[in-house]
Write a protein that binds this ligand. Structure first.
Ligand SMILES: Nc1nc2c(ncn2[C@@H]2O[C@H](COP(=O)(O)OP(=O)(O)OP(=O)(O)O)[C@@H](O)[C@H]2O)c(=O)[nH]1
Ligand SMILES: [K+]
Ligand SMILES: [Mg+2]
Length: 368
């Protein structure tokens, strides 16, 4: 019997010799979906502990968000960790110095952020090479990833690492495709789109749906997706959309001319962990990417407390999230909230529990 890896190879070979045109698009759509399912199978082996996470690699999560450090061995992840957090993480000139997750903490703009120094990964990590799967599984649950690269060979390494993360279901610096499904009992597949589809045709979409055993559904597309985007939506529970900053480390070892070139790479920050050069900029970029919301509490009749904001993540920033952050019992006594700041039109404005807050809003809770 052929293994999953064999099956993947066969399909990849068939795809390589199939030209994309109108006549083959149904077939290609089916092949791509089969491939996605086999890859997923590879990541969740039957009867052996789920997604490959855990086993000493995952640590207790603290703070409002966590940032994972991913990179090849000896690019300077642990040196960066010690530099940012003061938490010593063993660093040395030999590869695989770090063997497990080392947590540390940074307090930035009043927010407690967890930093996770991770072991180095190598090409093939997602397929089980080294401890790569456990390492990437931890990164997959982070709110931000620093891909740490050695400036002496950043671009090739960058592609390899991105490929490893992608293969594990992580989508880098990307929003989920704007596609929604509504399954139906009958009536077939009906597709509506708000713009012209330039990467897929209806045959390909139907092939993908067939492969996922969906025979009747309304699909509403509000973007110009590729077939991979469509598959990502169907595999949504195995996908994580995570912002990434490329920390280009060891700039102390290159010339100014070489450094200029590095500044053209999007989402990158050149640094020297060893010398602490430009790590302030890295932290600033981190803050921007996390899109955290600092909410200042104003007790009735007093000035707001600017020293200790309640910090919310962008996907959990309602007044209810704010209340729960302080104490579970607050919601039960909640009557109304009075808000000043960017989330409201009138200053101040009375809002309910579902109101979404913005960074630096000021808020007073009125209890029943
Ligand atoms: N020149 C230079 N060397 C650095 C810099 N940062 C780290 N190094 C050196 O690079 C080597 C590896 O550093 P580590 O911090 O152990 O690298 P790592 O990525 O944690 O390595 P593993 O845990 O083995 O994956 C050490 O010899 C460090 O002194 C830097 O900014 N500049
Ligand atoms: K090392
Ligand atoms: Mg290390």
């Amino acid at each position: 019997m052929s293994t999953t890896v064999d099956k993947i190879k066969d399909i990849e070979a068939e795809m390589a010799k199939t030209q994309k045109n109108k006549a083959t698009s149904f077939h290609l759509g089916m092949l791509k979906s089969k491939l996605a399912k086999l890859r997923q199978e590879l990541l969740t082996p039957q009867g052996s502990g789920g997604s490959g996470g855990g086993s000493g690699f995952d640590v207790a999560r603290t703070g409002v968000a966590s940032v994972g450090f991913i990179g090849f061995p000896s690019v300077g992840k642990s040196t960066l960790m010690s530099r940012l957090t003061g938490q010593h993480s063993e660093a040395a000139a030999y590869e695989f110095t770090t063997l497990t997750t080392v947590p540390g903490q940074v307090v930035y703009n009043g927010a407690k952020l967890q930093m996770l120094d991770l072991p180095g990964i190598i090409q093939g990590a997602k397929d089980g090479k080294g401890r790569g799967r456990q390492v990437i599984a931890v990164a997959k649950t982070c709110h931000l990833i620093f891909i740490v690269l050695d400036v002496n060979k950043p671009m090739t390494d960058k592609r390899v690492i991105e490929n490893e993360l992608e293969g594990f279901g992580i989508r880098i610096n990307k929003e989920p495709p704007n596609i929604t499904f509504q399954k139906k009992d009958k009536g077939g597949i009906s597709i509506t789109s708000t713009q012209q589809l330039t990467h897929i045709d209806h045959d390909e979409i139907k092939a993908v749906m067939k492969e996922y055993k969906i025979s009747s559904a309304n699909i509403s597309i509000r973007c110009d997706p590729t077939v991979d985007d469509l598959i990502d939506v169907l595999e949504a529970k195995h996908r994580s959309y995570i912002p990434v900053i490329y920390a280009l480390n060891k700039i102390d070892a290159i010339s100014i001319e070489e450094l200029d070139l590095l500044y053209r790479i999007p989402n990158a920050c050149p640094i020297s962990s060893e010398h602490g050069w430009n790590v302030d900029e890295l932290l600033e970029q981190m803050w921007d990417k996390l899109e955290l919301k600092r909410i200042y509490t104003k007790p009735k009749g007093k000035l707001p407390d600017y020293s200790a904001p309640v910090v919310l993540r962008k996907n959990a920033r309602t007044v209810e999230d704010f209340c729960n952050q302080i104490h579970k019992s607050i919601v039960e006594q909640f009557k109304i909230a009075i808000v000043w700041g960017r989330s409201v039109k009138h200053q101040p404005q009375r809002v309910g529990l579902s109101h979404e807050l913005e960074d630096e809003d000021i808020l007073t809770i009125v209890k029943r």
